[in-house]
Design a protein around this ligand. Sequence first.
Ligand code: ZN
Length: 116
Amino acid sequence: MSKEEKNEVVKKMSDLMRSGAVMLEHTCPLCGLPLFRIKSGEVVCPVHGPVKIVKSEEEAVEAVSSAVLRELEKAIARKLHSYVELLAKEDINSSEMKDLIYLLDILERVRRIRKT
Ligand SMILES: [Zn+2]
């Protein structure tokens, strides 16, 4: 985490406290920060927003893998976008075309895994 990111987290945590949120004993399964119960009753992480409190190791693993897959899907989508732009400009070479197909393949797999 960079210094700016840390400052951002500290700011979010103090904003939460100021708005009457209560710091809980539980920590975020994704980043390990303390979770807060906000006035609506919802449990939130200062970084990840609303999260479910996990009760078991299994649930924790599941939460982390689904977050990782979501990130992966986003990263692939961004990369695909850059190739699609090349394609639109008809400025794509055969190796980039192969990459594009490869990325689509990964994307399809990620989506399939996420559905299960
Ligand atoms: Zn978190």
